[in-house]
Design a binder for this molecule. Structure first.
Ligand code: UD1
Length: 466
């Protein structure tokens, strides 16, 4: 397994290790034992740039499995989940060049020789999105062996809808020794109605259908921007997809896809997290390189809370020193309020006057951050899928534990307004999805630093995989 560089530099240095030409895989120093130390009370001022969307980059990298030719992806975020996906593809025999810094966050993936169409438990357990390789592998190779992901910190996360959909397309699916095996000579187009809206399920089936014989109609699809971004890439690769971004997607199967170059959309969840950071600290922050049209539900809700925001083409400016007001949210599929912003909104609600009711509709156990916020002084009562947050309460710095990716973001936000110092443990969760968060926050005035045991980098501890 390639050892990532340990330098904090951003320059690229090509080297070839096994099937992977590593320009600079995950270059920051640190280990899974890292902690963030934050001293609260400083308003965020200036400008911060949003990275590419992790949740768009992961399916895009999996889409490279559909062709023998090179797929070049730009605006790839420098986060640990991308590194996991690189390992996943390399383990199958793909050549993956991944470059940050001067190489402009770009990856070139060549899947001309795939030796082993398998996603092992070791990788799937650290990142559930690994299951995105199932559809492309069976479509191109006629065979896929993918570990079942197992439990997750935010609740049961089955992949039954991926499996049912692939069966509809004619794949024979068996399950043995914790692995799903899918086989098909060639998938056949069919009508697939998702019983429940699933983002990666829609993406998995979309990729599989591109190489199926005849027409596939996917109904009750996820409409997330990341699904549309994947469809845009696939169409550049020669697929014939219509309707992405709506509930019904039609795919006219083709026999072969070719290489393409594609720029990944900005990360709307990272953008939303910075917007809340600015609103909470009473700052004046320009969040640049984002797409405000992907942030509609969040922006509307923050305006209801009294946050002053101005959007233009590719940026959002938050100017906020007025008192925050309570507001209720219910998480929904896009374009509703995203579950991936629920934890961060909860932190905001602790600083708003009045009672905010937060209803989590997508996952059944996604309030793990609440207990840690309470330890910092928040008043939060949980009742099933509902949390009632009463504010405004003063928060005080404490030692807290991050339980999953977005939960850790909510703790960083709380720390930014807490009195004194907060030490956040299990920072590997935040490193899965936020690029250089401490550097970006420091750049706009936050008092934040990373401390770590000077150990060689290890694989992240597999607790949750959002
Ligand atoms: C994706 C996002 C994640 C986000 C979530 C919801 C990626 C890599 N991850 O996750 O950040 O929080 O969407 O917006 O894009 N379900 C089933 N059976 C299935 C699949 C899903 O019952 O086969 C259920 C899930 O348990 C959950 C709901 O459907 O309750 C939505 O999950 P889904 O949209 O699939 O989430 P992910 O695609 O895993």
């Amino acid at each position: 397994m390639p050892r990532p560089a340990s330098s904090a530099s951003t320059g690229a240095f090509p080297r070839t290790i096994g099937a992977t030409r590593l320009l600079q895989a995950f270059p920051r120093s640190g280990s899974s034992m890292d902690k963030l130390v934050i001293r609260g009370g400083t308003p965020l001022l200036g400008s911060v740039r949003v990275s590419g969307a992790k949740n768009a980059a992961l399916p895009a990298m999996a889409a490279a499995l559909l062709t023998e030719e090179d797929v070049i992806l730009e605006n790839i975020p420098q986060v640990r989940d991308i590194e996991t996906e690189r390992k996943l593809l390399a383990a199958m025999g793909a050549e993956v060049e991944l470059g940050y810094g001067r190489a402009q966050h770009r990856t070139t993936i060549s899947c001309s020789h795939l030796a082993k169409p398998e996603a092992s438990y070791d990788l799937v357990k650290t990142m559930r999105a690994s299951t995105l390789v199932l559809g492309p592998l069976v479509a191109r190779m006629g065979h896929a062996r993918v570990s079942l992901p197992g439990g997750c910190a935010i609740g049961a996360r089955p992949i039954d809808l991926h499996i049912k959909g692939l069966e509809k397309l004619g794949a024979k699916i068996t399950q043995e020794h914790g692995y799903i095996e899918a086989r098909a000579d060639r998938l056949k187009g069919a009508r697939v109605v998702f019983e429940k809206i699933t983002v990666t399920g829609t993406e998995d089936l979309l990729m599989a259908a591109t190489l199926a014989e005849g027409e596939t109609v996917l109904e009750n699809c996820a409409r997330e921007p990341e699904v549309s971004d994947l469809a845009a890439l696939l169409n550049k690769m020669g697929a014939r997809i219509e309707g992405a971004g709506t509930h019904t997607i039609r795919v006219h199967g083709v026999t072969k896809l070719h290489g393409a170059r594609h720029r990944i959309i900005p990360d709307r969840i990272e953008a939303g997290t910075f917007i809340i950071a600015a609103a909470l600290t009473g700052g004046d922050l320009m969040i640049s390189g984002c797409d405000p049209s992907h942030l509609g539900a969040l922006i509307e809700k923050l305006q209801e809370c009294g946050v002053s925001l101005r959007t233009n083409g590719e940026s959002v400016r938050v100017m906020s020193d007025a008192p925050l007001k309570a507001a209720d949210i219910t998480t929904e599929e896009f374009p509703g309020f995203p579950t991936d912003m629920q934890a961060q909104f909860m932190t905001l609600a602790t600083q708003a006057e009045g009672a905010s009711i937060i209803t989590e509709n997508i996952f059944e156990n996604r309030f793990m951050h609440a207990q840690e916020l309470v330890r910092m002084g928040a008043n939060i009562k949980i009742d099933g899928r509902r949390a009632v947050v009463r504010g405004k309460t003063a928060l005080s710095g404490a030692a807290v534990l991050a339980s999953d990716l977005r939960a850790s973001a909510s703790l960083v936000l709380a720390a930014l307004v807490a009195d004194g110092e907060t030490i956040i443990d299990r920072v590997y969760h935040i490193d899965r999805g936020y690029e250089r968060i401490e550097e970006k926050l420091k750049g706009v005035g936050a008092q934040i630093r990373r401390i770590g045991e000077l150990l060689p980098r290890r694989s992240p501890v597999p607790v949750s995989a959002i």
